[in-house]
Design a protein around this ligand. Structure first.
Ligand SMILES: CC(C)(COP(=O)(O)OP(=O)(O)OC[C@H]1O[C@@H](n2cnc3c(N)ncnc32)[C@H](O)[C@@H]1OP(=O)(O)O)[C@@H](O)C(=O)NCCC(=O)NCCS
Length: 164
């Protein structure tokens, strides 16, 4: 398994982290979704109910943290939690980073008292669906025409959940 440094930066999000995560989001979702701006990410991940959990390659001998390779944004409200977005840098995909990020978000949500995790995923997003299936998520519904693609097309979202 890839050795990662997983971190929940303090709130408010340091501007450098928000900018780096926004750039990573734009690269991971290119052609699929409008990217979050750094300001939007900082507003969502306010450290009260919304959290950003970042992943970098572990580099214990370096004095600075290496660049982000992925992040997960998630929300916890009492016993319900929701994964808002998971993104792994295109050059770092298929290294198990997405799996580790989802597991780390679940651990943190559980610590905060959540009993269930929910998320939405586009029906045609087969990499993400495979990741969530492998992580134990089950389908519980569908939101018709939930996503609007940059080319104007609409796509259904599948609603998934698992007990924590
Ligand atoms: C979806 C995403 C987060 C997966 O991250 P990742 O770090 O590559 O995932 P992992 O390496 O942990 O893969 C876990 C499993 O998911 C499946 N999977 C991941 N990428 C896949 C791909 N491109 N094709 C088919 N299956 C894939 C595989 O079953 C994989 O296990 P395996 O490598 O042992 O076969 C990443 O592809 C991404 O950032 N995509 C763009 C953004 C996005 O769609 N986010 C999710 C919606 S919010």
């Amino acid at each position: 398994m890839t050795a990662l440094t997983l971190d929940i930066p303090h709130s408010p999000l340091p501007p450098g982290v928000a900018l780096e995560a926004a750039a990573l989001h734009a690269a991971a979702f290119e052609g699929l979704e409008r990217p979050y701006s750094a300001a939007e990410l900082a507003a969502i991940c306010d450290g009260r109910t919304g959290f950003l959990l970042t992943a970098s390659d572990a580099a214990p001998d370096l004095p600075v943290q290496p660049p982000l390779v992925g992040f997960v944004a998630f929300r916890v409200v009492e016993d319900d939690a929701e994964i808002l977005v998971v993104a792994v840098a295109p050059t770092d995909q298929r290294r198990g980073i997405g799996t580790q990020l989802v597991a780390a978000a679940e651990d943190r949500a559980r610590e905060l008292g959540a009993e269930r995790m929910f998320l939405e995923v586009a029906e045609t997003n087969h990499p993400a669906r495979a990741l969530y299936l492998g992580a134990g998520y089950a389908e519980m519904g569908r939101r018709k025409h939930y996503y609007r693609r940059p080319n104007g097309q609409r796509e259904d979202a599948l609603m998934l959940h698992r007990r924590l």
